[in-house]
Design a protein around this ligand. Structure first.
Ligand code: FAD
Length: 411
């Protein structure tokens, strides 16, 4: 690993690949490129600053071992679910629900990058990532321009314009890692969703992810159009910890706050011929759940494999997979239009389907038969009306793209 400006790699030189934004997607992609065997490529990673803070926690389900298994902090095979008049512990094997802490991931990647002679890092505010002629050009606020055969961009350079065609919800949450002297948690069981909190007019639940018997990440999560005042998240977290977990003696060791877009509005897959968008900016966030981390991995792996095989990063969405975009829109429409309570929808899903089927559905890996089983487990009239409304909006919109979320696979 060398830094730009180092005489071994002058800034006037061209790169094979430039990666703008060295967060989850940018760092994952550079690792997958190497894993795919593209070890001789000259790569530049650009971010505004080195990653030092433990700024987020990624959770996801997975069968077997993943690319970043060495940094998985905790794994659970049993997940508690508390819905509307329904509580259970889901046995999710062969899946495991995994947690990666941002700080561990960034540290792992920084050490790995230190050992890579062809990968440079530079720190500046990126102001543009564009296709110019037959190359990609990335400009920064210190007046530099970096040239590459391809650029991969995870920076939201253009704010999403809100249009009536699409749905725009936010998933927002405040989480605390708490420590209590009592043996308060079962380290073998994580709580995926606990809806036993006031739902107000939207969808609200709490995660409890135990690290050990004394320590857990407790996260209060809301799906709605607007954020809440901070005091509301705090009040709800305190109430849940005191009243539901029955913990009064605790200290807060860490806090995380996050906002994830839950929208079916298209995130452009490219910026011209030579720039590929990745991460949340490339549409990798699942609109109906906010889960992103595994979709980032799948997409990065496919880009790397395509580059290795053909020299081009093109990955296409198989046509049948586009049905999942309609399923996502339908759920967003149900929630946004209040056709059914989110708590009821998720309760129906987990009460009437094995969790493995729900995970496959959310991973967009189900068979048509499984799709029908999932669809028939929820409020059918509400979802039929929502699907019709989602389609009607797209067809009514000028230059509408009925199902074209991106032109490149986000899977
Ligand atoms: C607190 C939190 C918790 C989350 N938990 C989960 C979870 O449990 N599971 C899950 O699947 N998803 C989760 N997500 C969603 C998603 O996985 C993350 O947001 C993920 O980090 C997205 O990756 P990314 O690379 O697109 O964006 P980021 O990781 O945010 O990376 C973007 C990078 O671009 C840099 N950058 C931005 N603008 C500029 C600029 N102008 N110039 C230079 N650099 C710039 C930033 O510094 C950053 O490093 C969570 C998100 C948050 C915020």
């Amino acid at each position: 690993m060398i830094n730009v400006g180092d005489s071994r790699l002058g800034i006037e030189e061209r790169f094979d690949y430039i990666i703008a934004g060295a967060g989850a997607a940018g760092l994952s992609l550079v690792y997958h490129l190497h894993q795919a065997g593209l070890t001789d490529k000259r790569i530049l990673l650009l971010d505004r600053a080195p990653k030092t803070a433990n700024d987020r926690t990624w959770c996801f389900w997975e069968v077997g071992e993943g690319t970043f298994e060495p940094v998985v902090f905790r794994r659970w095979e049993r997940l508690a679910f508390h819905g509307e008049d329904f509580s259970t512990v889901l046995e999710i094997a062969p899946y495991r629900y995994k947690m990666i802490r941002g700080g561990d991931f960034y540290r792992f990647m920084a050490q790995w990058l230190d050992a890579q002679p062809n990968i440079a890092r530079a720190y500046a505010e990126v102001t543009g990532v564009e296709t110019e002629g037959n190359e990609a050009v990335v400009r920064t606020n210190d007046g530099r321009a970096y040239h590459g055969a391809w650029a991969f961009n995870s920076i939201l350079l253009d704010p999403l314009a809100q249009r009536p065609t699409y749905h725009y919800l936010l998933q927002h949450f405040l989480g605390w890692v708490i420590w209590t002297p009592a043996c308060a948690f079962d380290p073998n069981v994580a709580t995926l969703m606990d809806f036993r909190v006031d739902q107000a007019d939207d969808t609200r639940f709490v995660y409890v992810l135990p690290f050990d018997a004394h320590t857990a990440l407790v996260e209060y999560t809301v799906f709605s159009r607007e954020l809440l005042p901070r005091s509301d998240y705090v009040r709800q977290l305190e109430a849940y910890i005191n009243d539901r977990l029955r913990i009064t003696d605790y200290e807060t060791q860490h806090e995380e706050f996050g906002v994830i877009p839950m929208t079916d509005a298209p995130f452009p897959a490219r910026r011209g011929a030579r720039v590929i968008n990745i991460g949340t900016a490339g549409g990798c966030t699942k609109p109906s759940t906010g889960y992103t981390f595994q979709r980032i991995q799948r997409r990065a792996q496919r880009i790397a494999q395509a580059l290795k095989a053909t020299g081009r990063p093109d990955v296409a969405t198989p046509p049948l997979h586009k049905r999942y975009q309609l399923f996502d829109s339908a759920l967003l429409n149900v929630l946004d239009e209040g056709r059914e309570r989110g708590r009821r929808v998720f309760t129906d899903l987990f009460a009437r389907n094995p969790p493995q089927r729900v995970f496959r559905f959310l991973d967009e890996d189900t068979t048509p038969t499984e799709d029908v089983q999932i669809m028939s487990s929820v409020n059918i009239p509400a979802f039929v009306a929502a699907t019709a409304d989602a389609l009607r909006r797209r067809l009514a919109a000028p230059r509408s793209h009925p199902l074209s979320h991106t032109d490149s696979s986000t899977r």
